[in-house]
Ligand binder design. Structure first.
Ligand SMILES: [Zn+2]
Length: 116
């Protein structure tokens, strides 16, 4: 399950942020997950719980926001929403595209209630 390796990397960043801010714990984490990464929210929640176990972020609330994929055709410059397994431009029928969005998993916010 690739969610676990993603979660482990995220937790490293989250813990680093918490330590930098001298937070005793992390209460909330917000993620943006690009559609092309095909993150399954339930799997991500499980992986997150496992990865945060025994860390400052243990028990933190995770919310995941889906970001639709966006690609631009290099031939006709049409922008469209590709499927994870189909990058063909609907106009030209070639897969000569640049992925603009949907390829990343971004740590959007990390917060500690005690601080706000
Ligand atoms: Zn095209």
């Amino acid at each position: 399950m690739h969610e676990l390796s993603i979660a482990m990397q995220l937790v490293e960043q989250i813990v680093a942020i918490a330590e930098e801010n001298r937070w005793p714990r992390v209460d909330e984490v917000e993620l943006e997950a690009g559609a092309l990464r095909q993150v399954i929210p339930e799997m991500m929640q499980m992986a997150f719980a496992e990865a945060t176990d025994q860390t400052l972020a243990q028990g933190a609330l995770l919310s995941i926001r889906d970001i639709p994929a966006k690609a631009r055709c290099n031939q006709c410059t049409l922008e469209f929403e590709p499927e994870p397994d189909n990058f063909l431009c609907p106009e030209c029928r070639v897969a000569d595209v640049e992925v603009l969005e949907g390829n990343q998993i971004i740590l959007k916010t990390v917060s500690c209630e005690a601080e706000s």
